[in-house]
Design a protein around this ligand. Structure first.
Ligand code: 8Y7
Length: 271
């Protein structure tokens, strides 16, 4: 069960051959399971298993490919480790099969927009993370434009949440995510990060994924493998702002950052 009494870390487990920052490392079930075990030892509360690369410009994978990559990994983790398994997918078939294989959370970068996705999510009764994306992965970074980015992204997420509630998802089962890097300019990303407290004030727990993303690369002028400190800085600020789940590649370091930031933000005067 997902427990958000304290902020926690969601470890990223990519099972795609083309995902940009740990390409092909988890190509088989055994290595995926050991990567998951390691993340759990490092303090992850959730493992996010994804078989579709959604990085800018990525080529879509077929349904069969996605099922073949994701389901055996979800099954293996579920049978061997006591951890919440998140399935990073937009496809209703993957949601259903991952649920049957032991998944405990649906993480959809398309906020249940694909045909049949809302109905599939309702049926599983799993918690769902709704993420904001402008455009489609293939083209989303081609000159994204907003009026007030914080307002627009928040409005989109609250609208989607309402739609999901009306479709039958329990309001306590919804999380929201501004979707750092998904159809946003550098300034858009920075403004969203600056205003996380606002987003966290709407009653839905906020999930944030900024680990190793290009916003960090651009600000710090660092390549993907040198973005740990930037990622941790965002994690600390996010927890301070009330974000409940930090999605991260570097689990151990992120857990320390989250716990330190949370200790400060929850400190109480003794009596
Ligand atoms: C996010 C995500 C990715 C994110 C949520 C990457 C699957 C790109 N980013 N899911 N997924 N939020 N909820 O760089 O920011 O990890 S993929």
């Amino acid at each position: 069960m997902l427990d958000l009494a304290r902020p926690c870390v969601m470890g990223i487990l990519n099972v795609t051959p083309d995902s940009f920052s740990d390409a092909g490392q988890h190509g088989d079930v055994t290595s995926a399971l050991s990567a998951a075990e390691r993340m759990v030892q490092e303090g992850a509360a959730i493992i996010d298993v994804g078989g579709e690369s959604t990085r800018p410009g990525a080529i879509p994978v077929s349904l069969d490919q996605e099922l073949d990559r994701v389901i055996p990994v979800v099954e293996s983790i579920s049978q061997n480790i006591d951890i919440v398994i998140s399935v990073d997918t937009s496809r209703p078939e993957v949601m259903r099969e991952a649920h049957a294989a032991g998944a405990g959370l649906i993480n959809d970068v398309r906020a249940l927009a694909l045909e049949g996705a809302v109905q599939a999510a309702v049926k599983t009764q799993l918690p769902v993370c709704l993420m904001h994306m402008k455009g489609k992965p293939k083209t989303m970074q081609k000159a994204p434009m907003y009026g007030d980015v914080v307002d627009e992204v928040t409005r989109f997420l609250l609208d989607r949440a309402l739609f999901c509630i009306q479709a039958g998802i329990n309001e306590n089962q919804l999380l929201i995510d501004p979707g750092i890097g998904f159809g946003k300019s550098l300034d858009d990303n920075l403004l969203l990060l600056k205003n996380l407290e606002k987003m966290a004030g709407h009653g839905f727990p906020v999930l944030l994924g900024a680990s190793r993303k290009s916003v960090i690369g651009t600000v710090l002028n660092q390549s993907v493998d040198k973005r740990l400190y930037g990622s941790l800085s965002i994690a600390g600020i996010a927890v301070w702002a009330g974000v409940k789940i930090i999605r991260a590649h570097d689990v151990g370091a992120t857990v320390d950052t989250v716990n330190m930031a949370y200790a400060i933000s929850s400190a109480q005067q003794g009596d």
